[in-house]
Design a protein around this ligand. Structure first.
Ligand code: AMP
Ligand code: GLY
Length: 425
């Protein structure tokens, strides 16, 4: 089968590597992919937001199945366009992708269907928002309504900061139109868990849980990034917590989307916080998370294409989805300075016999050699029977990969190890 994967980061590389394991896959195109992905798929220089270009390419190249991975094309309606042209897809249509595309939509959905989440107020009028934050309990969380490259949530400690943030979003439009409306919500505390789930709109199958590390520096210091590493499974996500989430969050969410006439098909990402009052939703994403996918898919034992086709066909209940009973750790190698300013264009060397998988994000290829070309350059994922073993193997492999100005966090998985030693599971 001819497969098309839309996107060009570490997540897409992990999806492509997993799809390549399927005997039925003959050819994979990545749009646009990147220089590292080029070893596993044919990369075509069509941007992930160029919906018409993607659809034209898919039709002209007789694509049998398409996977739309990033948020932007999903929210813009890439799946509607491809399906309209007769190409079966994995991913939600535009109507369902709004669960990530609008925080106000998702907050209102949770309220209407009693799905536990932080209490909140929404604003389209800046004066009203500025007035409200004067008396809001601090800290508080301010979020742009629309997509903001994962940077649209700001935790503020006092009224001054809150008003500055409201102005930055609503007046200065630092996130563009995404800040035309905002959500101001209660600050929650507790361990965070990411759960990705396959769903065909009726049946929902959670994947192995994971833990992201969003801050740039060790000890969760520094700025928020797109994610500096992940481990799976997440030790805080015990069987009891999983059962509670299924009952109070996962199933109610897919039923709510059905009831709203927006059945969700694809990968639904639940960003959860385990609070004293039980698990609550921090955010929904309408897609695989990055870098969560880089630990979750390497543990998947079932044929990914079979699952994706079943999600499309509405037959997920007939597929047995299995994950290895092992642990995985992914360490991101980034360019020094990320998520701020950084330099790129440095040659990347990866030894041949690495005992880990490498997923490329910000890499380009020139004359057969790889060069750094972005903030997050690559992810290194290792599997082992224990979490400690996976962490050690991931760092051992990461330390063998070299490019100038590379940096990584050295403490990926440490919090999970501490949780294990405290008996979280
Ligand atoms: P989001 O963009 O909604 O995923 O938020 C990014 C990060 O901000 C989350 O992973 C949390 O660490 C933090 N965060 C978001 N909402 C809240 C909240 N209501 N309370 C505490 N932390 C939050
Ligand atoms: N790792 C968080 C995200 O993919 O949005």
């Amino acid at each position: 089968m001819n497969i098309l994967v839309v996107g060009g980061g570490g997540r897409e590389h992990a999806i492509i590597k997993k799809l390549r394991e399927s005997a039925r896959v003959t050819k994979i195109y990545a749009l646009p992919g990147n220089g590292g992905i080029a070893a596993d798929a044919e990369c075509v220089d069509i941007g992930a937001k160029d919906i018409d270009g993607i659809t034209r390419f898919a039709v002209e190249n007789h694509i049998d199945f398409a996977v739309v991975a990033p948020d932007d094309p999903l929210v813009l309606g890439a799946v509607d366009s491809l399906e309209g042209a007769g190409i079966p897809c994995f991913g939600p249509d535009k109507k369902a992708a709004i669960i990530e595309g609008s925080k106000i939509f998702s907050k209102n959905l949770m309220k209407k269907y009693n799905i536990p989440t932080a209490s909140y107020r929404t604003f389209t009028d800046m004066a009203a928002a500025l007035e409200y934050v004067k008396t809001a309990p601090m800290p508080t969380v301010i979020k742009a309504d629309g997509l903001a490259l994962g940077k649209g949530a700001v935790i503020v400690e006092n009224v001054e900061e809150a008003q500055k943030t409201v102005r930055a979003m609503m007046e200065e439009r630092i996130f563009g139109e995404s800040g035309a409306s905002i959500v101001v919500e209660e600050f929650l505390t507790g361990p965070e868990v990411s759960v990705l789930a396959f769903t065909d709109g009726e049946t929902l199958v959670p994947m192995v849980s994971s833990m992201d590390h969003k801050r740039a520096l060790d000890g969760d210091a520094g700025l928020n990034t797109g994610g500096m590493g992940t481990v799976a499974p997440n030790p805080y996500y015990t069987e009891a917590v999983a059962a509670e989430c299924m009952e109070t969050i996962f199933l109610p969410t897919i039923r709510a989307m059905q009831a709203e006439g927006r059945p969700f098909k694809g990968c639904l990402y639940f960003g959860l916080m385990l609070t004293k009052d039980g698990p609550k939703v921090i955010e929904y994403n309408c897609r695989f998370g990055d870098p969560e996918t880089q630990v979750v898919l390497p543990l998947l034992e079932t044929d990914l294409l079979t699952i994706m086709e079943a999600v499309h066909d509405g037959t997920l209940s007939q597929v047995q989805v299995d994950f290895a009973k092992e642990c995985a750790c992914c360490v991101i190698l980034a360019s020094k300075g990320y998520p701020g300013k950084y330099e790129t264009g440095f040659a990347i060397t990866v030894p041949d016999n690495l005992k880990a998988q490498v997923f490329f994000a910000g890499a380009r290829r020139q004359d057969g050699k790889l060069y750094s070309a972005g903030g997050r350059v690559l992810g290194v994922t290792a599997r082992a029977a224990t979490l400690q073993g996976a962490i050690d193997a991931a760092y051992a492999a990461a330390d063998q990969i070299a490019f100038a100005n590379a940096y990584c966090r050295r403490d990926i998985g440490q919090r999970a190890l501490q949780a294990l030693s405290c008996g979280a599971q």
